[in-house]
Design a protein around this ligand. Structure first.
Ligand SMILES: [Fe+2]
Length: 104
């Protein structure tokens, strides 16, 4: 059986860490789905098919956001860093450096 999301022996990991690992894998899969729809839409010639893909990609944005919010509730320092980066205008790298420096 494949349990590739684990980097350590699963039976040695606490339940909370295994849940965290599953949700990390989920957020990766949702990001991958967003990417795949983006690529499919870029090459699709049929407008109706493209509209369906766009609708499906929108659902993946929601899934990604829910997974990420779950993870951020488990890792306050991650939330703190992202609060310094996301939804802001300006220099992304500077925001990132500052957010990392300020985080506990
Ligand atoms: Fe999804």
């Amino acid at each position: 059986m494949g349990f590739d999301q684990y980097h350590e022996p699963p039976n040695e990991l606490p339940e909370e860490t295994r849940t965290f690992a599953r949700m990390i894998l989920s957020v990766i899969e949702e990001a991958q789905a967003i990417d795949w729809y983006e690529q499919r839409m870029a090459v699709e010639k049929d407008n109706q098919a493209k509209a369906i893909m766009k609708d499906a990609q929108k659902e993946e944005f929601k899934h990604f956001g829910m997974d990420l919010e779950f993870l951020l509730r488990k890792k306050p320092v991650w939330r703190e860093i992202l609060q310094g980066i996301l939804f802001k205008d300006g220099n992304i790298v500077q925001h990132g450096d500052h957010a990392e420096e300020e985080a506990d």
